[in-house]
Design a protein around this ligand. Structure first.
Ligand SMILES: [Zn+2]
Length: 232
């Protein structure tokens, strides 16, 4: 049986404020909203354009030049220079055929907390979400999982058959999921996350919520547009 693959040639077309947030500190943002402004902006915040981009569409990245041409600048509050560098080095662009748990290194980017990675387009939006979280709580979001290889998922499945998805089926294998620590999905941070995560294209899927069709996993968040594209 041929492994089910996915051909994606999509580029991020994030709104300027998201791109600005993702590259915070990498350029003079005098004409851009600050993270706090973006956070406190009225509810007309629209989701990233990528959320509605048709599968297979090729869209010019609104801010690619910003990733390459901007001089180094002081780090945003709560982030180290290496964290900023990781965001700056991620193109946000993914391409080629993809197989669950076998993503090419070129399609993965580091998240702000080692050793976690996710798919490049998901990482760029996750950095924007983390920037907003840092502005609110003065610390980065805490992670316990991101992309998992097929082998890693298989090991997890063997260890936790009641919780972990079978290898080849988890959205972690597509690089489209993050698991957060209790201090990020719970308490005041969790309230903020549920209110604001969707603005950055991330959500706790309905199956993982109380009364959902799957295990109750408030820590499990997914990059919504990426997951939706898989279903097409
Ligand atoms: Zn998860």
């Amino acid at each position: 049986m041929v492994a089910r693959g996915l051909l994606i040639l999509a580029m991020i077309a994030a709104p300027t404020w998201v791109a600005s947030s993702a590259t915070a500190g990498m350029r003079d943002a005098a004409d851009q909203p600050t993270t706090i402004e973006a956070l406190t902006a009225p509810a007309d915040l629209t989701p990233p354009a990528a959320l509605s981009a048709p599968a297979g569409a090729t869209i010019e990245h609104a801010s690619r030049s910003a990733f390459r041409d901007s001089p180094p600048a002081p780090s945003p509050v709560g982030t180290s220079p290496s964290e900023v560098l990781a965001a700056a080095e991620c193109s946000g662009v993914v391409s080629g055929a993809m197989t669950n748990g076998r993503l090419a290194a070129a399609n993965l980017c580091d998240l702000w907390q080692k050793p976690y990675k996710d798919r490049a387009d998901a990482v760029v939006t996750a950095f924007a979400m983390n920037d907003a979280f840092v502005a609110k709580f003065g610390r980065p979001m805490c992670l316990t999982s991101g992309y998992r290889t097929y082998e890693e998922q298989a090991r997890l499945r063997a260890a936790e058959p009641g919780i972990a998805a079978a290898a080849g089926t988890s959205n972690h294998g597509w690089g489209l999921a993050i698991d957060f620590c209790p201090n990020t999905y719970g308490g005041a941070a969790g309230v903020w996350l549920r209110a604001n995560g969707p603005k950055f294209g991330w959500d706790n899927p309905s199956w993982a919520r109380p009364g959902g069709s799957g295990a109750f996993e408030p820590w499990h968040w997914e990059y919504v547009s990426g997951v939706k594209a898989l279903a097409k």
